[in-house]
Design a protein around this ligand. Structure first.
Ligand SMILES: Nc1ncnc2c1ncn2[C@@H]1O[C@H](COP(=O)(O)OP(=O)(O)O)[C@@H](O)[C@H]1O
Ligand SMILES: [Mg+2]
Length: 337
């Protein structure tokens, strides 16, 4: 899949992030690799618990103990062309990367917005943390950021506290905060999941437009393959802490090379499906069974217990191999999917 190495801005290589919980070890992320090209969007997809957020937090180096990167590299190419390994970067240098070079937006805006400060103050503080500008200039830039994310009456909204905004406006404010220092990589962890479908579509449009204007790369984390079709260039499918399939978006939608991805795609809403009255979400037929606990993974293929194609061979762990040019699959039976 993906960009040639010299066009890559971020290369995650064999990342392992584990939580050591007494005698148990949760291998939340175990041997995850993918590449993000300049100006490209890579979608990271998988059901809840597959390790998407732990991957994102590892790149940002925002893991809370006992979470720890135990192996692999996170190679980030700086603006000067130097490649640095974020997995090993001292925290003092990481502070210059986080927010400025690589920023993150979360599913829940209140994770990054502080309820005690106005939105304007928070955006200004982010700018002044990284750049030596006056308070007046920071305020002017903060206003421009709110305009960029299409918050109406930006000048007045600067003085709003987060709770004075609607959910959709808060999501925009969080995006403005993340983009305040013009990061080269944006990690968006389920940024639209909590929003109703109309606002969700608006936020996706906004991210696409900002990407075109600012040329940033995006890692877009979601459990929704419908969203992937709209926003991604490349797709990485995760299951139980591992990459099970990775391909360019059209290749993945044309033909799946892993039964898990095929199952996920069968869950995409189609016209005529019944809508849930409460939250406007479409009720779907999920893949039977659940993601295994990452403290007790099967020894062979982790998907085998739920897999309609499982055979005796699947008791051996399958490697991630090219099933077709640029199309990786971790399935012994990728030809039969
Ligand atoms: N703070 C934590 N302590 C222990 N285990 C954790 C912690 N955070 C995540 N995990 C484990 O990592 C797995 C993956 O979590 P996560 O990356 O949040 O999944 P998702 O794909 O839904 O974002 C979880 O199922 C859980 O077992
Ligand atoms: Mg998550």
């Amino acid at each position: 899949m993906s960009a040639a190495a010299d066009d890559a801005i971020l290369r995650v290589e064999n990342l392992q992030t584990w939580f050591e919980l007494g005698s148990r070890v949760a291998k939340s992320v175990d041997d995850v690799s993918f590449t993000v090209g300049r100006g490209r969007t890579v979608a990271v997809v998988g059901e809840s618990g597959s390790g998407k957020s732990v991957t994102s937090l590892s790149i940002m180096r925002l893991l809370a103990p006992p979470g720890r990167i135990v192996g692999g590299r996170i190679l980030y190419r700086t603006a000067t062309g130097e490649e640095i390994d974020l997995a090993r970067l001292p925290e003092s240098r990481m502070r210059g990367v986080r927010g400025r070079e690589i920023a993150m937006i979360f599913q829940e805006p209140m994770t990054s917005l502080n309820p005690l400060y106005t939105v304007g103050d928070q955006v200004m503080e982010m700018i002044r943390l990284h750049e030596p500008v006056s308070a007046g200039e920071a305020r002017a830039r903060a206003r421009r950021m709110l305009e960029l994310v299409e918050i109406p009456a930006a000048e007045r909204r600067l003085d709003d506290y987060p709770h004075q905004m609607s959910g959709g406006m808060r999501q925009r404010a969080m995006i403005a905060l993340a983009l305040a220092c013009n990061p080269r990589v944006l990690i968006a962890d389920e940024p639209t999941t909590a929003l109703d479908v109309t606002i969700q579509a608006q936020v996706l449009d906004l991210l696409r437009r900002l990407q075109a204007e600012l040329g940033m790369s995006i890692i877009f984390v979601t459990h929704n393959l419908g969203v992937v079709a709209e926003i991604a260039h490349e797709v990485v499918v995760m299951y139980a802490g591992r990459v099970v399939e990775a391909a360019a978006v059209n290749d993945l939608f044309d033909r799946q090379r892993h039964p898990y991805t095929k199952g996920l795609l069968a869950c995409i809403p189609r016209p005529g499906m019944r809508r849930d009255e409460v939250d406007g979400q479409v009720r779907l037929t999920p893949i039977p069974g659940t993601v295994p606990s990452v403290t007790a993974l099967p020894t062979g293929c982790s998907f085998a217990p739920r897999c309609p194609l499982a055979v005796a061979k699947c008791e051996e762990p399958p490697p991630l191999i090219p099933a077709a040019p640029g199309h990786l699959s971790r399935c012994w039976r990728h030809e039969d999917v």
